[in-house]
Structures are given as structure tokens and as C-alpha cells.
Write a protein that binds this ligand. Structure first.
Ligand code: AP5
Ligand code: MG
Length: 193
């Protein structure tokens, strides 16, 4: 198994690169943002509760996303490995993920962190807001709130994995293809080791 966290702020390209990485490496893609939007589309109670927080650019409670990931791990016993996108997003989520994997005799192999300037993040998300149905992309205040949440709560995830030497910073600006090749190079090196 090869378990990867694709890490980075909102708009850094996690979703874009995940599509390509899952195709190349046969990993199961687990995006808590996508799982939550699926709950919203199905108008579940969980979805309705999450929506108001997401619309303000705030994180949903740890227990909610940890529960979703735990279920997803149980539902994919034959996976080659997992690609976590947008999870973990707090220190508590990191500790919980490590425990969930440990219970399955697994661990995170590497955290690839996409490095993108704030100016570029805002530009990308406002641009996507013109055509996407994502309510958290439409106004700059909400985009800035998402980035602020990232600095306040999510940067702790990188610190958590740095203590185990698992974090690699990857330039996140350039063409989608260039960034994909950089990420693939880091994965190949670790798979060969
Ligand atoms: P989530 O869905 O995870 O969104 P996000 O992290 O805010 O980031 P995005 O998905 O917007 O960006 P991305 O990094 O995937 O970039 P993308 O590839 O799309 O979370 C949404 C909300 O759900 C959170 O705010 C929170 O409320 C809740 N949530 C989710 N997970 C949670 C958790 N674990 N705990 C608590 N709450 C949670 O690219 C962005 C744009 O840039 C696209 O238009 C793309 O085409 C473009 N682009 C990509 N690459 C390039 C490039 N190289 N050059 C130019 N443009 C590019
Ligand atoms: Mg995404």
C-alpha cells in the first residue's frame, strides 16, 4: 500500500492533481470536500449542517470528517493505497488518521505540500467561481476566510508530519503537467526506496 496526503491551501490544485495521480498510481481518492458536497447535494442532515459552515469558509467539526474517512477506509478494503485530499485539516484529524491507519497496519508514506502564493490562490478561486457551482468560490471574503482557516488550523498538519520527516514541499505554480511530473517524481522515489 502507498498512502499519500496531498496537502495545500484552498486553490492550490489538490483536486486537479488528485485526478491525475489516482489514474497513474491506482490510488483510491478520498476528498472530504467532495464527500461533504455529495451530502449537501443529497440534502442529508449532515449535509445541511455542513453547508452553513462551508458557505462561510469555516471548517466542519473534526468528528464529522473523521467519521467519513473511517467509513471510507472500511468500504475500500482492497485499495492499493489512499490519496487523501483536503484531509487531515487539523492536528486532531492528523492524529485520528494516523490511528485509523495504524489499526489497519498502515501509515502515511508521504505528505506532498503544494506551494502557491496567496495572490495566485485568490485569482484561481475567483476565476473558478465564475463557472463552478461552488458557493464558497463566489466572493472574495469567503475565499480569504478559507485561506485564514488554513493558516490558523491546517498548517498544524504539516508541522505534525514534519516531526516524522514526511513532508515534501512541491512548487504548485506552473502548468498542471509540470506540477504533476514533480509530484510523480517524489512518489516514484519513495516507491522505489
Ligand atoms: P475542499 O473541497 O477541500 O476545498 P479547498 O481545500 O478549500 O480547496 P479547493 O478544492 O477549492 O482547491 P484545490 O486545492 O482542490 O484546487 P483545485 O484543483 O480545485 O473544502 C471545502 C470546504 O469543505 C472547506 O472550506 C470546509 O468547510 C469543508 N471541509 C473539507 N474538508 C474538511 C476537513 N477535513 N475538515 C473540516 N472541514 C472540511 O484548483 C483550484 C482552481 O485552480 C481550479 O479552477 C483549477 O482548474 C485551477 N488550477 C489548478 N491547477 C492550476 C495550475 N497549475 N495553474 C492554474 N490554475 C490551476
Ligand atoms: Mg479540492
Amino acid at each position: 500500500m502507498f498512502n499519500l496526503i496531498l496537502f495545500g491551501p484552498p486553490g492550490s490544485g489538490k483536486g486537479t492533481q488528485s485526478e491525475k495521480l489516482m489514474a497513474r498510481y491506482g490510488l483510491k481518492h478520498l476528498s472530504t470536500g467532495d464527500l461533504l458536497r455529495h451530502e449537501i447535494a443529497n440534502q442529508t442532515i449532515l449535509g445541511l449542517e455542513a453547508k452553513s459552515l462551508m458557505d462561510q469558509g469555516q471548517l466542519v467539526p473534526d468528528e464529522v470528517v473523521i467519521g467519513m474517512i473511517s467509513t471510507a477506509l472500511d468500504n475500500n478494503p482492497l485499495a492499493n493505497g489512499f490519496l487523501f485530499d483536503g484531509f487531515p485539516r487539523t492536528k486532531a484529524q492528523s492524529v485520528a488518521l494516523d490511528k485509523l491507519l495504524e489499526d489497519r497496519n498502515e501509515a502515511i508514506n508521504v505528505v506532498l505540500a503544494l506551494d502557491v502564493t496567496e495572490q495566485e490562490l485568490v485569482k484561481r478561486l475567483l476565476n473558478r467561481g465564475l463557472t463552478s457551482n461552488r458557493s464558497d468560490d463566489v466572493n472574495e471574503d469567503v475565499i480569504r476566510a478559507r485561506i485564514a482557516e488554513y493558516h490558523k488550523k491546517t498548517s498544524a498538519v504539516a508541522e505534525h508530519y514534519q516531526q516524522f520527516g514526511k513532508v515534501v514541499l512541491v512548487p504548485g505554480e506552473g502548468t498542471v503537467e509540470e506540477i504533476f511530473e514533480s509530484l510523480s517524481g517524489e512518489i516514484d522515489r519513495r516507491k522505489a526506496a
